[in-house]
Ligand binder design. Structure first.
Ligand SMILES: [Zn+2]
Ligand SMILES: [Zn+2]
Length: 161
């Protein structure tokens, strides 16, 4: 095999990660509900734009206990760690409560399992093997908590139908 460096260390216990690991991450994605199926989950087709990994874990035993504080670090409720949001078409933003249209590009905090592949010079995470949506974020609230408080005023204009 190759002499590639280690993938990284577990955020909780510090062991060297295998090429498949779990992560707490912010996904930017769009969901298309045009597929045939009986449930919204079957009808949904997700287009993943990007995944920002905040913390990696060796196992679900290490990942699950860490989720509450990771969510709080993003100024979200730790109780969201128990969430398993089903496919949409609409879901309230975890921060401001505004409905998020999940057919439009939006963000979501997820627990996911990723496989990293060595491309010869660095590790690249492939699209998640699976993920659980913990919190859906509207475009105004998406982003990392290091950003300044959002001072935007609510848009009072209404659409004429
Ligand atoms: Zn661990
Ligand atoms: Zn919001």
């Amino acid at each position: 095999m190759s002499d590639s460096p280690s993938v990284g260390l577990c955020h909780a216990c510090g062991v060297a990660l295998k090429t498949t690991y779990q992560a707490f991450a912010l996904q930017h994605h769009t969901i298309d509900y045009t597929f045939r199926g009986d449930t919204p989950n079957e009808q949904a087709h997700l287009t993943l734009a990007s995944t920002y990994i905040v913390a990696r874990f060796c196992s679900s035993q290490c990942c699950k206990p860490g989720l509450g504080s990771l969510l709080q670090a993003q100024r979200l409720s730790a109780a969201l760690e128990y969430n398993q949001i089903q496919a949409g078409p609409r879901h309230p933003c975890a921060k401001c409560g505004k409905p998020v249209n999940m057919t439009q590009p939006h963000s979501a905090w997820v627990r996911c399992e990723l496989t990293a592949e060595w491309n010869g010079s660095l590790w690249q995470a492939m699209a998640p093997d699976w993920f659980i949506v913990l919190a859906v974020m509207c475009p105004d609230c998406a982003g990392l908590a290091s950003d300044a408080e959002d001072a935007r005023q609510p848009d009072r204009q209404r659409l004429r139908v």
